[in-house]
Design a protein around this ligand. Structure first.
Ligand code: NAP
Length: 253
């Protein structure tokens, strides 16, 4: 048996949006540390499944569109039915809409808030009810953003959702720490994924962003591996309500 406080052998991690980008990186990091993976999302996570199985871990894919809370009950039921439990929940699925605040539409508001904030809350609630009901506790990790701390520009609903997610992380930590659940967040800086493709395609914005990252490069999904394993493992048992920036130094600037 391993004596490492970061070992996740025997744990089951449910990761939303694990088919690509940051979610895929997080799923692979958790599998690398020993966890079996339940991937929840609307696109088939083919590459993630292959990579997780290559690490010798179990993998379950559950299809769900998290722009609504409707699929949450079935997702949680199926995860428990097939894997027996969930020890770690990663609320990663997220979306973004860009438009001037003066023109921002109600649809662009609702879609982002519903996916990034409402579903993250109600999935946490559904998973926590089971964890607490079974007396086992667990780990919940929300994927926040630099816009949990800063205002951003042309992304009103995204800023609202990620600032809200930071608040909900602290609220849930207050309520559930006594019940054995650690609720924390990771705030990634500028990471090279589909979410930031438009920024990287815009030469001026891309240069401006790169110019204020002390590490001198955009992040890769792999850069979040250590943080997620830490927050998912016994190493963080006394960490509650923290929002851990993994940003190449962006916030320190
Ligand atoms: P991404 O490559 O666009 O991935 C987003 C993931 O969320 C995809 O798996 C996507 O599924 C899923 N998703 C979106 N809407 C969904 C819905 N309605 N139902 C189910 N799944 C849905 O972007 P990413 O950068 O990896 O983003 C992952 C998380 O990190 C997001 O919460 C994002 O806000 C956050 N984040 C990203 C950065 C960054 O710099 N990239 C920085 C801070 C925070 P599909 O593939 O089917 O669309």
């Amino acid at each position: 048996m391993s004596t490492s406080p970061f070992d996740l052998s025997g744990k089951v991690a449910l990761v939303t949006g694990a088919n690509t980008g940051i979610g895929q990186g997080l799923a692979l990091a958790l599998a690398g540390a020993g966890a079996d993976i339940v991937a929840v999302g609307r696109s088939e996570p083919v590459a993630t499944e292959t990579a997780v199985k290559a690490l010798g871990r179990r993998f379950l894919s559950l299809s769900a569109d998290l722009s609504s809370v409707d699929p949450i009950r079935a997702v949680v039921d199926q995860a428990w039915q097939v894997m027996g439990k969930v020890d770690i929940l990663i609320n990663n699925a997220g979306t973004i809409r860009r438009s001037d605040a003066l023109d921002f539409s109600e649809t662009d508001w609702d879609q982002v808030i519903d996916t990034n904030l409402k579903s993250a809350f109600f999935l946490s609630q559904a998973v926590a009810r089971r964890m607490i009901g079974e007396g086992r506790g667990g780990k919940i990790i929300n994927i926040a953003s630099m816009l949990s701390f800063q205002g951003g520009i042309r992304v009103a609903s995204y800023t609202a959702s990620k600032s809200g997610l930071a608040g909900i992380t602290r609220l849930l930590a207050n309520e559930w720490a006594p019940k054995g659940i650690n609720v924390n967040a990771i705030a990634p800086g500028y990471i090279s994924t589909n979410n930031t493709q438009q920024l990287r395609d815009d030469e001026t914005r891309s240069r401006e962003i790169l110019g204020r990252i002390p590490a001198g490069r955009w992040g890769q999904p792999d850069d979040l591996a250590g943080a997620v394993v830490f927050l998912a493992s016994a190493a963080s048992d006394y960490v509650h309500g923290a929002i851990l920036p993994v940003d190449g130094g962006w916030l320190a600037r």
